[in-house]
Each structure stands twice: as structure tokens, then as C-alpha cells.
Design a protein around this ligand. Structure first.
Ligand SMILES: CC(C)(COP(=O)(O)OP(=O)(O)OC[C@H]1O[C@@H](n2cnc3c(N)ncnc32)[C@H](O)[C@@H]1OP(=O)(O)O)[C@@H](O)C(=O)NCCC(=O)NCCS
Length: 171
């Protein structure tokens, strides 16, 4: 498992003790609106996600990190392998108190560097609902390119952006 420091943030794998703070971010109504809802108790759902991330760190050497500002959990972000597409996505979510300061872009840049330079991935994609303009603004700031609409987990109105390693090197 890998931890990183960016200019302003600490990125580290989530552990079960983070579950309450993670649930408060991930299942905040303004965040959950764009992501799958909690099934059952939010803290239990957070613990299940943390368990999945821990397994992914072991199996693939990457998973979304917890994002910490001055020791406080403000979000998650990082790389996530998606078997439905056979590719790795970069994802992000922040507690609304942390929006508007460039933190998601800072996390995602570190994730792209880790994916292309450390893991040697050829392609990294990002998807979101077409109505999620804040998330698409992060994609554009990173230099990802819009390619197409895709269906995913029952949602049809998903936009797909991506970047390949060559483009990352030349950016
Ligand atoms: C998607 C999400 C993470 C975007 O958050 P965000 O704060 O808009 O994105 P960033 O952290 O990159 O910040 C960019 C904003 O900070 C501003 N900003 C302030 N200081 C900055 C800095 N030092 N560097 C960069 N941007 C800065 C930018 O101008 C921009 O604001 P604007 O959109 O009003 O122009 C957030 O809306 C969220 O968590 N949504 C719910 C979950 C979600 O939708 N996740 C994605 C699902 S696919």
C-alpha cells in the first residue's frame, strides 16, 4: 500500500478507523447524489468499501486513497480498476466543505502520475453522469479528452473521458 504527499494534502489508504469520517463524506447528500447510494447503515457501507479498497491494494497495487487535509479526512480519490471496461479509472469525491479549492484536481494529478509513471498504465479513464459538470470540469482541467457516452451499472447517461500515457508525457 502506498501513501503520498501532494502540495497540500496527504493521500493514504483508508483503514477501518476512518469509516465514520469516510461515511460522513461519501454519503453526504450532495456527494451521494452523484454516486451509488449506501445500502443499509452508512458506516457499515463505508467499512465494506474500505475492505474492497484494501483488497484492491493487495491484488493490484492501487485503490482510491483517503484524502486528508491537516489530518482530517476530506475525501477520496485515486485509481480504481473497473472490470466491466477492463481499464483503470481515476475517481474523486470531496466533502462539500472542501469544494472550490482545487483539491480534487491536485489528488487526481497525483493519481495520474502514479498510474502512468509508477504502475506503467497505458490508459486512464474517468466517467461521470452527463449532468455532473463539476466532475467534468476536473477532467478537463487534468487534460482528459471526452470520447463518448457509455452505459454503466444501469445508468445510460454517462460520459467517458480518458488520457493515454503518451499524452501524459507530452502534456
Ligand atoms: C467533483 C468534485 C470533487 C469537484 O470538486 P471541485 O472543488 O469543484 O474541484 P477541484 O477540487 O478541482 O476545485 C476546482 C475549483 O476550485 C477553484 N480553485 C481554488 N483554488 C484553486 C487552486 N489552488 N487550484 C485549482 N483550483 C482552485 C477552481 O477555480 C475551481 O472552482 P470553479 O469550478 O468554481 O472554477 C466535487 O464537486 C464533488 O465531490 N462532488 C460530489 C462527488 C462527485 O460528483 N464525484 C465525482 C463522481 S464521478
Amino acid at each position: 500500500m502506498t501513501s503520498l504527499a501532494t502540495e497540500r494534502l496527504t493521500l493514504r489508504p483508508l483503514v477501518p478507523d476512518d469509516a465514520e469520517a469516510y461515511a460522513a463524506m461519501r454519503f453526504h447528500p450532495k456527494v451521494e447524489k452523484w454516486l451509488p447510494p449506501a445500502e443499509g447503515d452508512p458506516v457499515e457501507a463505508a467499512l465494506r468499501s474500505i475492505g474492497r479498497f484494501t483488497a484492491a491494494w493487495r491484488e493490484r497495487g492501487h485503490a482510491p486513497w483517503g484524502v486528508f487535509l491537516d489530518g482530517r479526512l476530506i475525501g477520496h480519490g485515486g485509481l480504481n480498476y473497473v472490470p466491466e471496461f477492463g481499464e483503470t479509472e481515476v475517481l474523486w469525491a470531496l466533502h462539500p466543505d472542501a469544494w472550490g479549492r482545487g483539491y480534487a484536481t491536485e489528488v487526481a494529478r497525483a493519481a495520474l502520475a502514479y498510474g502512468f509513471e509508477t504502475l506503467g498504465l497505458d490508459l486512464i479513464f474517468a466517467i461521470t453522469l452527463s449532468a455532473n459538470l463539476a466532475s467534468q470540469a476536473v477532467m478537463r482541467r487534468l487534460g482528459l479528452t471526452y470520447r463518448r457516452r457509455v452505459a454503466y451499472k444501469g445508468f445510460k447517461d454517462i460520459v467517458w473521458f480518458d488520457m493515454d500515457r503518451q499524452t501524459w508525457r507530452e502534456r
